[in-house]
Design a protein around this ligand. Structure first.
Ligand code: MG
Length: 157
């Protein structure tokens, strides 16, 4: 078995859609990003690539490449799963945390889990998504950024 660790952070600005785990969250601000800026999925992808020894998300889906402009990060998640499959690996388990001061994400966590599980071909019980604030401290706490952390367990296919 192999383990991977991923993290991501995006600055938030008014007038942009806030997408997390493939869910569009109702808020007045969203991430500044080349893709859809889905920090949760980017952290999961980085954990997958890291566990497989395949570098990071920027190596495979560079933000300088116009084909990834505004891309749905669920597409990138599925593409990352294919990269792993080519190397005889698959994701066995995901645990992730979203750090966002507001709005509360509790009502969306289940759908986020379902999206990740569906894209990785996993049972729902193999994916966990947690959400927390940053207690008003730092850029996340001031509502200037959204961040995410993830660990994944990889197994041989
Ligand atoms: Mg990102």
């Amino acid at each position: 078995m192999r383990i991977g660790l991923g993290s991501d952070l995006h600055r938030l600005e008014a007038g942009r859609p806030l997408v997390l785990g493939g869910v569009e969250v109702d808020d007045v601000r969203g991430p500044v990003a080349h893709s859809d800026g889905d920090a949760l999925l980017h952290a999961v992808i980085d954990a997958m690539l890291g566990g497989a020894g395949l570098g990071d998300i920027g190596d495979h889906f560079p933000d300088s490449d116009p084909q990834y402009r505004g891309v749905d990060s669920r597409q990138l998640l599925r593409a990352a799963a294919e990269l792993l499959a080519e190397r005889g690996l698959h994701v066995a388990q995901v645990d992730a945390t979203v750090l966002l001061e507001r709005p509360k994400l509790g009502s969306h966590k289940r759908t986020m889990r379902e999206h990740i599980a569906a894209d990785l071909g996993l049972p729902g019980g193999a994916v966990n998504v947690k959400a927390k604030t940053n207690e008003g401290v730092g850029p996340v706490g001031r509502g200037e950024a959204v961040a995410a952390e993830a660990v994944v367990l990889l197994a041989d296919s």
